[in-house]
Design a protein around this ligand. Structure first.
Ligand SMILES: *Cc1c(COP(=O)(O)O)cnc(C)c1O
Length: 369
């Protein structure tokens, strides 16, 4: 029952079985299209190696990372036939990427030319994905370059074109006309690539409907338990649980100010609990006086400003035996809380999620390791 003195006082618990079920749910939804796994940013903070092993075991064959440096560890735990795509493009040396069996997502004509040169030099066809911009104005061939490529298909001749892809800008807002506009632009573009497989949808895009599924979907957030349908309840299972232990409890009278700036004053005599998690740990400062944590089934409010390494909870509503020094508090749990807290903090669950993983002792439950 008592943990050793150096046991972590806060912990990010990651349920790899729930994560695997989320991926399987998405894979079933899109069949016969194929389902990839987006594991950029160390799998949204949850551990790219652990996540990729689970997804591979569940049948996932294609993984997307942002940058080549994130791919080395992945390559070592996946078999040679699993594909690792680098979304940010041919931003490393071409020979290095080829030697490491990584497939770049080619984002402009210059990258296509360089990758084709590398294929000629190696005298073998190199895998590639071509990204066409249909509305993000971020990565991918702008429309004029896409037209030039369509008119000169020989530019791709030395390459094994796995997919042509694009990325949706408003998929989490199903009523947005932009989703239909991007779909039409993408379909138009695909006419120039007869017989080539297509990929458009991220997590939310999957929920827009079959028309957006094409041959390959690329979910990230929903696999990790985030809500891909923010206007409704979350269809995914919770994957993370963020917990921390109370490090101090004090009895205070009515009229006690709490935290920097004294933004909270107790209305009655109560008990306050201090928890060693703050904004330096990825818990947003904006949540002071706006969020709850849970002790068992009891919701306890976060009072006063969140500090750098600490926050304060008002536990006056709980019997003393339920909350004392050493008691575990759930700061994030269940399928709604990640998105709900993020919204209260004025951000999105993606940002909250990716700010946690590097800061906490991570504990992986289940899985196939
Ligand atoms: C991040 C990303 C995804 C995954 O998006 P989610 O919303 O997390 O499912 C898919 N495709 C591209 C190009 C991305 O950058």
């Amino acid at each position: 029952m008592t943990d050793p003195i150096d046991a972590p006082v806060s912990r990010l618990v990651i349920d790899l079985d729930a994560l695997t079920r989320n991926w399987q749910t998405l894979a079933r939804m899109v069949r016969p299209a194929e389902c990839a796994g987006v594991v950029k940013a160390d799998a949204y903070g949850l551990g790219a190696v652990q996540v990729a092993q689970c997804l591979a075991h569940a049948g996932c064959r294609r993984f997307f990372v942002a940058n080549p440096d994130g791919a080395a560890a992945l390559r070592s735990v996946l078999d040679e036939t699993a594909r690792i795509y680098v979304l940010n493009g041919l931003i490393a040396e071409a020979d290095d990427l080829a030697a490491r069996n990584l497939v770049p997502v080619l984002n402009d004509l210059g990258q296509i030319a360089r990758w084709a040169d590398e294929a000629r030099r190696l005298e073998r066809r190199l895998g590639a994905v071509v990204h066409i911009d249909t509305g993000m104005s971020r990565l991918g061939l702008p429309p004029a370059e896409a037209q030039r490529l369509a008119a000169a298909p020989e530019l791709l001749a030395p390459l094994d074109l796995h997919f042509v892809m694009s990325h949706l800008s408003c998929a989490s807002e199903p009523e947005e006309a932009e989703n239909h506009r991007q779909l039409e632009l993408f379909r138009d573009a695909m006419r120039s690539f007869p017989g080539v497989r297509a990929s458009l949808a991220n997590s939310s895009g999957i929920f827009l409907g079959d028309a957006w599924h094409h041959d390959l979907v690329r979910p990230g957030y929903a696999v990790y338990g985030g809500n891909p349908t923010p206007s409704g309840t979350n269809p995914m299972e919770a994957v993370i649980r963020l917990k921390a232990r109370i490090v101090q409890v004090r009895e205070v009278p009515a009229g006690t100010r709490v935290g920097y700036g004294g933004t909270y004053t107790t209305e009655r005599a109560t008990r306050l609990a201090t928890v060693p998690v703050g904004y330096a740990d990825g818990y947003p400062r904006a949540l002071g006086n706006l969020a709850h944590a849970f002790i068992g089934d009891h919701a306890v409010p976060v009072v006063g400003h969140v500090s750098m390494d600490l926050m304060t909870l008002d536990i006056g509503g709980l019997p003393e035996a339920k909350a004392h020094v050493g008691t575990w508090v759930d700061l994030i749990r269940g399928r709604a809380m990640l998105d709900d807290l993020a919204a209260r903090a004025g951000t999105i669950g993606y940002e909250l999620l990716t700010s946690l993983g590097a800061r906490y002792a991570r504990q992986w439950l289940g899985g196939t390791r």
